[in-house]
Design a protein around this ligand. Structure first.
Ligand code: PLP
Length: 219
């Protein structure tokens, strides 16, 4: 199936209020353009250099999301244009984003990445750390960032029970944060990828990050 057909099919499966991020990492700009011509405007990238190069060459109305692991010293390269940073996994990174956003005279939208998977390798904050960051945020410590919600990556597994537990755990934390801090901007729960997005949506995801089901597998 073509990229356009894949997007149409996936959008048809998603409730209308769930946002689709097309994950184009490692894929050439021509493929991004194909998705763009099918109406897709939100793209997710994992690598700073690749994101900067694509942003320069592709249409200006694309909203670029950074979904990978971000190092503080690289924030400056994407700060002028990035629409949403999904993987804020340390408070020091939030602080670096705040600083670079101020230099650009803008506010940068961020999601706090929560560690939900069994695997040790996946980055993220634990529940207490999330609450700690939000405490500092509501005190006004980060005036140039907007914390828009939470993001998580589930284990890479076919075990539906495990995925159920991981997604529902993240959803519960999301609901708790919404209730406890009552921030109007705290609206996004980014969870679900090609293999597990239907289940993530059942568990309350508002944003799915889909790569291989749109663009084909990566090498
Ligand atoms: C690569 C990636 C995705 C997309 O993965 P697919 O399985 O290709 O859909 C989603 N989220 C993150 C954080 C990724 O790194």
């Amino acid at each position: 199936m073509s990229i356009a057909e894949n997007i149409t099919r996936i959008k048809g499966n998603l409730p209308p209020d769930v946002t689709l991020v097309a994950v184009s990492k490692t894929k050439p700009p021509t493929m991004v353009l194909e998705a763009y011509q099918a109406g897709q405007r939100i793209f997710g990238e994992n690598y700073v250099q690749e994101l900067v190069a694509k942003q320069q060459e592709l249409p200006a109305d694309i909203q670029w999301h950074f979904i990978g692991h971000l190092q503080s010293n690289k924030v400056k390269y994407i700060a002028p244009f990035v629409a949403l940073i999904h993987g804020v996994d340390k408070e020091s990174l939030l602080s670096a984003i705040n600083k670079e956003a101020a230099k650009c005279n803008r506010k940068i939208a961020c999601l706090l990445q929560v560690h939900i998977a069994q695997e040790e390798t996946k980055f993220g904050l634990n529940e207490l750390e999330v609450l700690g960051v939000l405490d500092n945020y509501i005190k006004g410590q980060y005036p140039n960032v907007v914390i828009q919600g939470l993001m998580g990556m589930a284990s890479f597994t076919d075990d539906e029970n495990l995925l159920d537990r991981e997604f529902s755990g993240l959803k519960a934390l999301f609901s708790q944060c919404k209730k406890q801090y009552a921030l109007p901007e705290f609206t996004t729960l980014s969870m679900g990828m090609s293999g597990d997005y239907n289940l993530a949506v059942v568990h309350g995801s508002t944003m799915v990050r889909i790569g291989s089901s749109i663009f084909g597998s990566r090498v």
